[in-house]
Design a protein around this ligand. Structure first.
Ligand SMILES: [Zn+2]
Length: 431
């Protein structure tokens, strides 16, 4: 009798892998024992003590399918209604940190592999499972490390990872999403210089904080160019059709008009808005030393998320146009956006299986994320990667906001749906 996904998820939640410090090896060792008992070849890669990623493989052949998840979780914070590491299962709900991000996916992937083995399903190729360390802190000791140092261990034709939004109800249908891309980042620090002076005669000085305040206010009012990538065009057209609206073209006016009319939750509409343009968010500001001194220096950190066709040079050009020449721009982190095609046969297979498992009253749509996951490393290394966020019909919509928040939980039916999807995908792709 194979372990159930809910039991496995519960056991994984009980192993505290809050990053920092991570301690993913404890969870990796637990999985290694479980997998080895079933005769599965496994290996733990540990770039630093305690920071293990586990890789397991079943089947043989030239086709290779990679299932990715991560073992670390974010800190819990206070004010939970239950013990965050209890892993308690009550009334078909599994409680605890990692229940949705993303030990549920780890559990579903591992149980899918174990059940395929137990059922003797022949696989014409390899199913590789990689439960990574360090995703929540950028993946330097997990996916990034593997792609740079040991790419052969996870080289595959396609990868399936976390990253899609959970399904939402639209006009009587449940819309499921497959994540096909992630925006890039162009984080920068702006530096304003002025002339210090006594606060009692400010007209003799030049106030750097005021200069920065003006720049920040202009950035806040900036209207970025609308850019609709093919994957998002497919999404917008389908949403319009589902809501009996029309998307005449993908011009800025038409896209914004559609966003105003879509009868959907604000959180989702704003996510759509961020999928169609670069976003610029001034999030930190530092300046001044004392009430009676006019400051000669002020700096601000800006979170900028970019789309295909945009890079730091483009961002700098835009920033210059908005804030002028007087303020320095220093880029701290530039990461290109990464995409996988929503026309690829593998994507279409995922879509078909989703519809097959969830019934006639569902639809499956491509989506892109404004944040990023380990998929950026995989796509960067030429492995098309797709994110899933399957939940069973009737799932607790409020659980959505518990990711990285308090009271994280999932339900047994959703976990079973994820497991069945992954089993069917491996069976069909590795046929
Ligand atoms: Zn995650």
């Amino acid at each position: 009798m194979t372990i159930t996904p809910e039991k496995l998820l519960s056991d994984l939640i009980k192993i505290n892998t809050v990053n920092p410090p991570g301690n993913e090896t404890a969870a990796a060792e637990y999985l290694k024992n479980l997998l080895q008992a079933a005769g599965v070849e496994t290996e733990i890669v540990e770039p630093e003590p305690g920071r293990g990623t586990i890789i397991a493989r079943i089947g043989q052949g030239s086709k290779k399918l990679l299932y990715v998840s991560h073992l670390d979780v974010v800190p819990v914070g206070g004010d939970w209604d239950f013990e965050p590491f209890s892993g308690e299962i009550k009334n078909n709900v599994i409680y605890g940190r990692g229940a949705l991000d993303c030990k549920d996916l780890t559990a579903a992937q591992v149980v899918a592999a174990l059940e395929l083995l137990a059922e003797g399903v022949p696989l014409n190729g390899e199913l590789i499972i990689a439960a990574m360390a360090d995703e929540e802190k950028g993946g330097n000791l997990g996916a990034d490390y593997l792609i740079n140092r040991e790419p052969g261990k996870i080289k595959a034709d396609y990868a399936v990872n976390e990253g899609a939004d959970q399904p939402i109800p639209i006009n009587g249908k449940l819309a499921y999403f497959i994540q096909v891309g992630e925006k890039g980042t162009a984080w920068c620090t702006l530096k304003a210089h002025g002339i210090a002076g006594h606060g009692s005669i400010p007209t003799l000085a030049e106030n750097a904080v005021v200069k920065m305040a003006r720049a920040v206010s202009r950035l806040h009012n900036y209207r970025a160019e609308v850019v609709v990538v093919p994957e998002v065009e497919k999404l917008l057209k389908s949403l319009a059709e589902l809501c009996n609206l029309e998307l005449k073209s993908c011009s800025a006016d038409d896209v914004d008009a559609l966003l105003e009319q879509l009868p959907l939750e604000k959180a989702f509409v704003e996510a759509l808005r961020s999928m169609t343009r670069m976003t610029v968010s001034p999030n930190q500001i530092r300046g001044g030393t004392k009430t009676n001194i006019v400051p000669d220096y002020c700096e601000a950190d800006i979170d900028i998320r970019i789309l295909p066709g945009q890079d730091c040079r483009y961002v700098e050009k835009e920033l210059r146009m908005i804030i002028g020449k007087d303020i320095e721009i220093e880029f701290n982190q530039c990461k290109a956006p990464t995409f996988s095609s929503a026309e690829d046969p593998f994507y279409l297979l995922m879509e078909e299986i989703t519809s097959g498992l969830t019934g006639n009253d569902t639809i499956c749509l491509p989506v892109i994320s404004s944040g990023s996951t380990d998929s950026k490393y995989l796509r960067g290394a030429g492995i098309p990667a797709y994110g899933i966020g399957l939940m069973a019909d009737g799932f607790d919509q409020e659980a959505r906001s518990t990711i990285h928040g308090r009271n994280e939980r999932t339900d047994v039916a959703s976990l079973r749906l994820k497991t069945d999807f992954l089993k069917e995908l491996a069976r069909r792709y590795l046929a």
